[in-house]
Design a protein around this ligand. Structure first.
Ligand code: ATP
Ligand code: MG
Length: 417
């Protein structure tokens, strides 16, 4: 038997309505915030992620699905959504529109990771990128967007953590202080962090290795190194959030430490689904568009992991509305009736009524059993007697009530139920 590749999952019919519900909610909230959808390819030139995600990240270092295509190009399956959006934004000259450009996406992502609950090799993200404004207002707006989405789904027990990682100038001073703090302990860092010490020391704070975690305890805090501009920006984000009633906890441990990530960073975290508790991560990236040759266009965004969101929804018992079951099942008694039934259900669908009939040659009893399984609201019976009179016998499955109706009145009747 051929099985799914490790770390991937089938989405089965009995679960797909949950995804549709999340996607529908995402699109509704996007509309409320006046964001437009953007879809970028599933794969990009590897270079896009080297630039757009950064060479000191776990993603680029360990997790990318990279291969050489038949034309000899290095191609990578997208590990996240932002780099493709930045590339598309520049390539298509989207700055020509009015700023801020509010974009959102729903996409699958690929990362070569050790699969566990909430951590897959193919997973899905709902993300936004708001481009063109450097105002603290748009940081708060993006955070409010994420919060509105999570609230609308009734995700309970989430905490919002925010931090500022400053600009290049603040970072320079901070990195010096961090290096000094780590100087004596650097031999005990993991190999990757030893490298990070030279390339991007702040990333060490985000390392998942327990030894590194222990070593950075008590390390200097970036917030103490912010320049006036970055400090004011952070204060303003906090005060806007508080004005909108959004509770946020400052956590200096949150870093998204690429050179072109700046100022605000944030995460929504749950402690009810174990280790993979971060459902949403985001922040400001004022240097990213420039990295793609697109000039000084600041940006801020977030991404929510849909699989983790679903785990959270299911663990918190939030209700996910189930799809409408079948409205009408028409059970023909024999071959002649089957032909007429086929035409009747075709007409019902033209009248926007969801209807089905038999294609398995089942007897009446078996058809009722089948209709019951489908949770059909009404079942109609069409025998030779009914055909002659031009009527249909109808049974409401929940009450057992039976009536007879002329075929010509069927659609009208079902429309009202
Ligand atoms: P983590 O620290 O858990 O590895 P991350 O920092 O790599 O997360 P981001 O790159 O910020 O995650 O991605 C945004 C969101 O996408 C995460 O908060 C999470 O919900 C989801 N996500 C990331 N990687 C995976 C994965 N391998 N499987 C499922 N969801 C994921
Ligand atoms: Mg990760």
């Amino acid at each position: 038997m051929i099985t799914v590749p490790k770390g991937t999952k089938d989405l089965l019919p009995q679960d797909s309505y949950k995804w549709q519900y999340i996607e529908k909610t995402a699109r509704e909230v996007a509309a409320l915030f006046n964001a437009k959808e953007i879809r970028t390819p599933t794969f990009e030139h590897t270079e896009a992620f080297l630039r757009g995600v950064g060479e000191t990240t776990d993603i680029v270092n360990k997790e990318m699905y990279t291969f050489t295509d038949k034309g000899g190009r290095s191609i990578t399956l997208k590990p996240e959504g932002t780099a493709g959006v930045a590339r598309a934004f520049v390539e298509n000259g989207l700055y020509a529109g009015a700023f801020p450009s509010k974009l959102y996406y729903l996409t699958q992502c690929f990362r070569y990771e050790r699969p566990q609950a909430g951590r897959l090799r193919e997973f899905h993200q709902f993300g936004v990128e708001f481009l063109g404004s450097d105002s603290a207002g748009i940081d708060a707006e993006v955070i409010l967007f994420a919060k509105t989405f999570l609230d609308k789904l009734n995700v309970g027990n989430l905490k919002l953590y925010i931090n500022s990682i400053g600009c290049k100038e603040c970072r320079k001073k901070y990195h010096a202080a961090l290096k000094e703090f780590l100087a004596e302990k650097k031999d005990s860092l993991c190999d990757l962090c030893k490298e990070r010490l030279n390339t991007n020391p702040m990333r060490i704070l985000d390392c998942k290795n327990p030894d590194c975690k222990e070593i950075v305890r008590g390390a200097p805090v970036i917030l103490d190194y912010l320049c006036d501009d970055c400090r004011e920006h952070f204060e303003r984000v906090k005060s806007l959030l508080s004005a909108a009633g959004v509770e946020a906890t400052v956590d200096p441990g949150i870093v998204r430490g690429l050179d072109y990530y700046t100022k605000t960073v944030f995460e929504f975290v749950s402690d009810s689904i174990g280790a993979q508790g971060t459902v949403c991560g985001g922040g400001r990236y004022d240097g990213l568009i420039e990295e793609f040759g697109g000039g000084k266009v600041p940006g801020v965004g977030f991404a929510v992991g849909i699989e983790r969101l679903l785990l959270l929804l299911e663990s918190s018992g939030a209700s996910i509305p189930e799809p409408q079951p079948l409205t009408f099942y028409l059970a023909p008694m024999g071959e002649e009736e089957r032909k007429v039934a086929f035409r009747i259900v075709a007409d019902l669908r033209k009248a926007e009524i969801n209807a089905d009939t038999d294609y398995m040659g089942r007897g009446i009893k078996a058809q009722f059993k089948y209709a019951d399984k489908l949770k059909a609201k009404f079942v109609g019976v069409l025998g030779s007697d009914e055909m002659q009179k031009g009527i249909i016998k109808i049974k409401e499955m929940q009450t057992g009530n039976e009536t007879e109706l002329p075929v010509s009145e069927l659609a009208e009747f079902l429309k009202k139920v």
